[in-house]
Design a protein around this ligand. Structure first.
Ligand code: ADP
Ligand code: MG
Length: 742
């Protein structure tokens, strides 16, 4: 605040709640300028920021025990003195840290696996407070990976409560932060406004904001904590779902699309082009798409099907439906290679028809490009295949009826919005400004967008939109991150595909597996050996891979020609190694991850995945997909380095399940969403508290609730929804292009 501003603030009779909540952190009691700077390093600038600085964890001290009273399988806390610290190596990159804790004459051993850095946190005769589940092993108490609190010897152990654990920065201790948060709660929490209408909170049995905030920082017990967290998780997911529902509603009500009917005659003419019977899944997807396109509102559909499930044919059907009605269609691929492949497939399929196809990628430049753009603009091309270059090219379509985007996961929500705009008509309304604060700014913005993109779309209406992806994504995630889309699923693969046999090979059976592996190689097949990238340092990982390579080259696979591919290789070397493998000069390719290898080799039907527990199930599934391309059945073996019960259970699920979607759901249940399904890669701000793995039930509920609310108040214009509307706009207005945030 400048002195002048301070002056004027002082002259005013009283500050508003919003102004008070914007108080700089250094003015919070007990902070001051020095600590204020430390807080800023944590991203905390104002009192409000501190209130919403959620603990990353808690230490549950509600059940303090003496070692004599320990019980198994219960969350307990124990205070004691560090007696002995021992770090042992248990294999390459593995370790076990044992910390012996004494309480009078009784002992408890705390254990940490593969966290050698914990060693430095303990010194002898320190007082510590441990929380966790104890287990009796060989007559001695152990606690694996307990929470720890280091305390002064004369300090009274905080008991009977749950202590928040905050993210820290150098120079700031947990105790400091706890004090600061307490002060902030005391002074500011009552200034916060509730977002939800009172009746809504009651109906949903959600805690009011202030109560939830107090308990999320200092929960009285685990039950209260769960209630408090639920309130924020629900709010977070609900606001996102509201944003998606508003966007969707806008698209459906305001933007007109051409009504393209699949009459029996059109349908028969299209199907005649396909050289095979469609699968039941393809037929169902086509029915859904045809129904969408037969409405005067734009289709927004995600076609979700595993690699090889035959999505292209479905897309071709939709494109030809548009063409049959005199409209143009666009097919966008994430890479140049895929775009070319699509163009080839289409050209073959449509060789007998009069459909005119163009290919527009970044590689097309100069006169050729001008010429192609001209033909698109004059409506002399029916189907345009290409990459993102289409969006950037200022292509003006004469009459665009359909946009198909292949491999959606490479395109974020924002690119999707841009694409639609590229083919949309400004006159028909953007549909998304429904909740924009004032119609006049909405108007100005519309022009701005058109200028910025350099497009003056000429189509008479908005195009339909079909998005395709092969990434196995769990339902909760699709529902959340693609909440603005309808979904069709291709669950079945076309008949006649080769099976893949998958085995979990335990150490004692490995010699037998390698025997089989060699036999198949001698029959002429090729193989992948996948080694996970386990180390933090890429140098170490590469060394690991090279060691494995040497081991195989001088051991199990001595008699065969081996190739090596990893991320650190210069591109030419990588290409060369790939080329040799494709040409059959090398028989076995040892690689960090086959995903990286990228290209399909039909003769490769064998795969050994070492350290398989390091990969997610969906990822394993995608790797295994590489060996189902040819005329021979595939054989995939997974080895685990660490064969814990949990690992065996997970890998057994992989062996037993061939459905990628099911595996992705299992992944989510067992490992949580991690960054695999992060919101950020979809162009959305990250969640602060929601976890799509844990909170799938809440996510579903929030979605249903949001749909209902938007159906009754599409622009969130009712006074009791004002705060929700502001929140939706400030959080997702930009990412989802909902209109001017003002
Ligand atoms: P993806 O879903 O991975 O894009 P594609 O559309 O590329 O799959 O199809 C994979 C292969 O399966 C292609 O060679 C395609 O011609 C073939 N295919 C698609 N549908 C069928 C079908 N119904 N019967 C037989 N083969 C099919
Ligand atoms: Mg495809």
């Amino acid at each position: 605040m400048s002195p002048a501003e301070q002056q004027s603030a002082a002259n005013r009779p009283a500050k508003t709640s919003a102004e008070l909540l914007a108080t700089p952190v250094k003015f919070i009691k007990g902070v001051g300028p020095a600590r204020g700077e430390l807080l800023e390093r944590l991203g905390l600038k104002t009192a409000r920021d501190v209130l919403f600085f959620f603990p990353r964890d808690y230490q549950d001290l509600t059940d303090m025990r003496s070692i004599a009273d320990l019980e198994e399988d219960k969350l307990l806390s124990v205070r004691g003195v560090v007696e002995e610290v021992e770090l042992r190596s248990t294999g390459i990159g593995r370790s076990m840290l044992g910390v012996l804790i004494r309480q009078d004459r009784l002992y408890l051993r705390a254990l940490w696996f593969n966290q050698p850095y914990m060693r430095e946190k303990f010194t002898r005769s320190q007082d510590v407070l441990l929380s966790g589940k104890a287990a009796l092993r060989g007559g001695r108490w152990e606690m694996a990976h307990p929470r720890v609190q280091w305390i002064d010897p004369d300090e009274e152990a905080p008991a009977g409560q749950m202590l928040p654990i905050y993210p820290l920065t150098e120079g700031l201790r947990q105790g400091n932060l706890r004090g600061i948060v307490r002060e902030a709660l005391e002074a500011y929490v009552d200034l916060l406004d509730e977002v939800f209408p009172e009746t809504y909170l009651q109906a949903k049995n959600l805690w009011p904001l202030r109560q939830a905030l107090r308990e999320v920082h200092f929960p009285a017990n685990p039950t209260n904590l769960a209630q408090a967290q639920l309130r924020f998780v629900y709010q977070e997911l609900f606001i996102l779902q509201l944003a998606l529902a508003v966007k969707r509603h806008g698209q459906e009500t305001q933007a007109g699309a051409p009504k393209l009917e699949a009459t029996p005659r059109v349908d028969a003419r299209i199907r005649r082009l396909f050289p095979f019977e469609l699968t039941a899944g393809q037929d169902a997807a086509i029915r859904e798409i045809a129904a969408d396109m037969n409405r005067p509102i734009p289709m927004n559909r995600l076609l979700h099907g595993e690699v090889g499930s035959g999505k292209t044919v479905v897309a071709v059907y939709a494109m030809l439906l548009a063409v049959a009605h005199g409209y143009q269609a666009v097919l966008m691929a994430p890479t140049e290679v895929l775009a070319r492949q699509h163009a080839r497939t289409l050209a073959q399929l449509l060789a007998e028809s009069r459909v005119r196809i163009g290919l527009l990628t970044g590689a097309l430049v100069g006169r050729d490009r001008e010429e192609l753009l001209g033909r698109i603009g004059r409506g002399e091309l029916d189907v345009v295949v290409g990459t993102q270059a289409i969006v950037r090219s200022e292509a003006e379509f004469a009459k665009l009826g359909l946009v198909v985007i292949d491999e959606q996961h490479k395109f974020g929500v924002r690119q999707r919005a841009m694409l639609r705009q590229a083919g949309s008509n400004p006159e028909s309304g953007r549909g998304l400004s429904a909740i924009s604060p004032s119609p006049s700014t909405g108007e100005g913005r519309r022009e701005g967008v058109a200028q910025q993109k350099g497009t003056v779309p000429l189509s008479p209406a908005n195009p339909h939109c079909l998005i395709m992806t092969a990434t196995p994504i769990p339902r909760t995630i699709t529902m959340t991150l693609y909440g603005d889309l309808d979904i069709s699923k291709l669950a079945d693969l076309p008949a006649g595909r080769q099976n893949i046999h998958t085995y979990l090979v335990r150490p004692e059976e490995r010699p037998k597996w390698w025997d089989f592996f060699r036999k198949k190689l001698r029959e002429g097949r090729q193989a992948f050996v996948v080694v996970p990238l386990v180390e933090e340092s890429e140098t170490v990982a590469t060394a690991n891979l090279e060691a494995t390579f040497e081991e195989l080259a001088h051991g199990e696979l001595e008699a065969f020609r081996l190739g090596l591919v990893h991320g650190r290789m210069p591109p030419e070397e990588k290409d060369a190694a790939m080329q040799e493998f494709r040409a059959g000069q090398t028989q076995v390719l040892v690689a960090t991850s086959v995903v990286e290898v990228g290209i399909d080799v039909p003769n490769a039907t064998l795969m050994t995945i070492a350290g398989a527990e390091r990969f997610g199930l969906a990822q394993l599934h995608q790797m295994r997909g590489r060996i189902s391309r040819g005329a021979h059945p595939g054989y995939c073996a997974v080895f685990a380095e660490v064969e814990s019960e949990e690992v065996i259970e997970r890998l057994q699920a992989f062996v037993d399940t061939t459905d990628g979607f099911r595996l992705s759901e299992l992944d989510l249940e067992m490992r949580g969403p991690g960054n695999l399904f992060g919101t950020r890669q979809h162009g959305l701000p990250p969640f602060r508290m929601a976890d799509l793995g844990r909170d799938s039930t809440v996510a579903k509920e929030a979605r249903d609730d949001a749909k209902r609310l938007v159906a009754s108040d599409p622009g969130l214009r009712q006074p009791e929804h004002e705060k929700l509307r502001r929140m939706v706009l400030s959080r997702y207005g930009q990412a989802l292009d909902l209109g001017d945030v003002g």
